[in-house]
Design a protein. Structure first.
Length: 823
């Protein structure tokens, strides 16, 4: 039965931190740079899966501090007595890292002019509590200062990677000072709480860290409870009350968002914190909160909904119990009865921000109701998921993209976007994500769009216009979240694999004339790869005593791989002809007599990298699938003729990435790349339904092929030095397949194989360049011929022996190489 998409999407959750156009340090320090127009890093993104346990033993500050101190890395920190006294240089004593005056000045400027704005929807910086409340406290408490410094360094480090190590240094120093200060009662609770919250954000902003920040959100809850207890026995000044309100609301925001995204059932918040719900502490409910906007009074209901959804998911029963349905009905009424705590008609001079915040609050309200319906479909409801999505999208559409509230639109847009049914609604979602990607400083909008497109491709998504039923929601996937700061380039080991035939049928569902491609051609070729891998493991490598048509000496495994592929395709009627690097003549492939309307030719390199088989390194198979009976043409380009390509990796495990792009779709730039796991028994499962090259990944990789060329080519030598100075990670194995595969799997990589007079082109266009180029471009990258800078897919392959060079990878890196080598 059809199921709503938004719950499923929250678990695909490969959205991670990525930056758009990199900002330079000079940009951030330039007093004329328009920071109010700078895309805001969504604080929503930083709420991690804090699977908290608020059991009685934990609600003891000394118990917590023991675990907290033990969890600190054994890393050199700045002396506790450093205070705000600075030495001259960080380089004086590397074992005792300190803050130079220059670094402190830069951190001050960056935090006040950039970082603090990424944690608040207030467009007036004088109303931003991180600037007006927290920053002044930091000048008196080193633990808090270093927490904010770590946050600033990690924020800047997304565009300037060299800041990351400084961020680590500040983070460890803050954690050390904080634990010592609390143990010795040397730091006020409010400063300790602020530092803990900042550390929680900083841990998730560290692009090279897999930490979720659970320790910090748990610790913040403990400190907050202590502050609330102290408040009952003492009198707070107005300033202290405002500070408590801000810290409480920030913790509430993190806690509630986390409950929608964690895998485990979160324990209830202690009664002392429940009693502190906004309104019972005399907080100003009509005040615009920096993160919750006008939804502060709605977040307690959101917390209850999140807890209920989590219980339903964990139980994973075919139906919900009467108790759950009754609780859900009560929550449904609370959601429907809730209204923003402010009426603009009663305010004479209201601002655009106030209007935007109200519309955002309504978008949140209906988004949470949609999730509740999906978790408990037994609830009475005459509204379809698609209609609810339309309602949410209308609220979002009324908010201009220039609004600061855009930093908290991610959750409602994801929920509504992936339950959208009508074409116009889906187009609006696409346009909104693209527009947001220009505003947000992370790449979450781009990744959200990628995931949304995946959900749009699900066959059952077209049926969502019908009213919801008691369909089984896929709660196995709900445990992961698109709000989670994870590396989007790592394989999703928690996702359930998808059968190959189901995935290909979905991809090509709008192309009924490609049935054989989906059900016969691609599956047959993929199932041949484990046979080649098994043969490599069981066969001694030796010279075959022959050479191919190009004059290259052949190994016995070259011949073996060639024969396995030819035997496999001989049983596929739609594969009319085939040629290979070992036998580069297009010959009839199918040995039967059946007729077929689909006609393809296969061009393949059966065993790429045979020169590194000796040391038992990873090698691979490259396959291009072309329309028609020949891949060779004087006029038709690979972009117009090549419909799919396969990169098989034969290493410790057998896997493959597959690109599929149908030229008649009308968009030569579209396409899909997915990753498969292959087993010896012939099973092929899709591990990742969409593989993409990130615009700004957390780690940058380079693979400089033919490094000897740098000795004779100054430009290439300078390029390699550039990668080293920019701290790119070297990933060059000597094999084209593993190097390109590594870039695709990691989400970043730049492969360069230069062409010079002394280093002529070696890669064959038909058997290596064209299939690789299709994979890279379908993943969002670029592939150029390093000889003349032309796009590989835009040059016809006129002969099977044509050769070229290759530069491929992420767009920005490829353009940089083009400018450096070919200018």
């Amino acid at each position: 039965m059809p199921t709503p998409q938004s719950l499923e999407l929250l678990d695909t959750a490969d959205i991670g931190p990525r930056t758009t156009t990199p900002l330079t340090q000079d940009d951030l320090l330039n007093p004329n740079f328009p920071f109010q127009g700078l895309g805001q890093l969504s604080a929503e993104v930083n709420a991690q899966s804090y699977a908290q346990d608020y059991g009685p033993p934990l609600w003891n500050i000394n118990y917590f501090l023991g675990d907290y101190v033990n969890s600190l890395p054994n890393t050199p920190v700045m002396p506790a007595d450093l205070g705000l006294t600075l030495r001259v240089s960080v380089e004086d004593n590397p074992a005792d890292p300190l803050v130079s005056e220059d670094e402190r000045g830069q951190i001050n400027t960056l935090f006040l002019r950039a970082t603090c704005h990424n944690l608040s929807i207030e467009d007036d910086s004088d109303k931003n509590p991180w600037k007006t409340v927290i920053w002044p406290m930091a000048q008196e408490h080193p633990a808090l200062y270093h927490a904010l410094a770590a946050l600033t360094c990690f924020h800047t480090g997304k565009a300037q990677p060299q800041w990351r190590m400084d961020g680590q240094r500040h983070l460890h120093t803050s954690a050390h000072l904080l634990s010592v200060g609390i143990n010795n009662s040397e730091i006020p609770l409010d400063a300790a709480l602020a530092a803990t919250l900042a550390l929680g954000f900083a841990k998730t902003w560290d692009s090279d860290s897999a930490a979720t920040g659970m320790t910090h959100i748990t610790g913040a809850g403990i400190l907050l409870q202590q502050m609330l207890q102290d408040r009952t026995i003492g009198v707070y000044t107005q300033q202290e009350e405002a500070r408590l309100e801000f810290l409480y609301n920030t913790w509430t925001y993190m806690d509630v968002i986390a409950r929608f995204t964690c895998l485990d059932l979160c324990s209830p918040v202690p009664d002392s914190l429940v009693a502190a719900t906004v309104g019972r502490l005399d907080f100003q409910t009509s005040k615009l909160d920096p993160l919750m906007g006008y939804t502060a009074t709605f977040f307690p209901t959101m917390r209850r909904v999140a807890d209920l959804i989590c219980r339903v998911r964990i139980k994973n029963a075919p139906r919900n119990s009467p108790v759950v349905i009754s609780q859900a009905l009560e929550l449904k009424r609370c959601i429907e009865d809730w209204a923003p705590p402010i009426d603009l008609e009663l305010i004479e001079h209201h601002t655009q921000l106030m209007t935007d915040a109200i519309q955002t609050a309504e978008a949140y309200r209906w988004s949470i109701l949609s999730l509740l319906y999906q978790a408990v479909p037994e609830l009475p409801n005459q509204t379809s998921y698609g209609e609810l999505a339309q309602k949410i999208l209308v609220y979002i559409a009324t908010i201009p993209l220039s609004s600061p509230t855009i930093i908290i639109h991610i959750l409602p847009l994801i929920i509504a976007g992936n339950d959208a049914v009508e074409k116009e609604d889906r187009d609006f979602v696409r346009d909104r994500w693209r527009a947001m990607s220009k505003r947000l400083v992370t790449g979450i909008a781009e990744r959200a769009l990628d995931i949304t497109e995946e959900m749009f491709q699900q066959p059952h998504s077209k049926n969502l216009i019908c009213a919801p039923s008691a369909a089984s929601v896929d709660f196995q996937r709900f445990g992961r979240t698109s709000l989670q700061l994870e590396d989007p380039t790592e394989p999703d080991t928690m996702a359930q694999p998808t059968p190959l035939d189901a995935h290909l049928s979905s991809l090509l569902s709008s192309h009924p004339n490609r049935t054989a491609l989906a059900l016969e051609v691609i599956p047959t070729l993929l199932k041949t790869l484990p046979k080649i891998a098994r043969a490599l493991r069981t066969t001694s490598v030796s010279a075959a005593g022959s050479s191919n048509s190009f004059g290259d000496d052949q190994l016995n495994v070259d011949v073996l791989a060639e024969n396995l592929i030819r035997d496999a395709i001989a049983s596929v009627p739609s594969i009319i002809t085939a040629s290979s690097e070992e036998d580069p003549v297009e010959k009839p492939a199918y040995r039967g007599t059946s007729e077929t309307s689909e006609k393809y030719t296969i061009a393949f390199d059966p065993l790429d990298g045979s020169s590194i088989i000796g040391p038992n390194w990873t090698v691979g198979t490259i396959i291009g699938i072309w329309d028609g009976v020949s891949a060779v043409s004087d006029t038709a380009t690979p972009r117009a003729r090549q419909v799919a390509s396969i990169l098989g990796v034969l290493g410790p495990r057998t896997s493959a990435v597959v690109a599929v792009r149908v030229p008649e779709s009308g968009d030569s730039g579209s396409g899909n790349v997915f990753e498969c796991a292959l087993t010896d028994d012939g099973t092929v499962e899709v591990l990742r339904s969409r593989v993409t090259l990130s615009d700004a990944p957390k780690t940058q990789y380079f693979a400089p092929a033919n490094l000897r060329c740098a000795a004779e080519n100054e430009k290439y030598a300078a390029l390699v030095n550039h990668y080293i100075k920019q701290k790119y990670t070297l990933r060059y194995s000597g094999g084209l397949v593993p190097d390109v595969y590594h870039a695709l799997v990691k989400g970043h990589g730049i492969y360069t194989s230069p062409v010079t007079e002394k280093s002529p082109a070696k890669l064959r266009r038909l058997y290596e360049l064209a299939p690789i180029a299709l994979l890279v471009e379908c993943a969002g990258g670029v592939a150029l011929d390093s000889k003349d800078g032309t796009h590989v897919l835009d040059r016809p392959v006129k002969d099977t022996d044509e050769r070229g060079g290759l530069v491929c990878g992420n767009k920005e890196d490829v353009e940089f190489v083009r400018a450096q080598l070919l200018a």
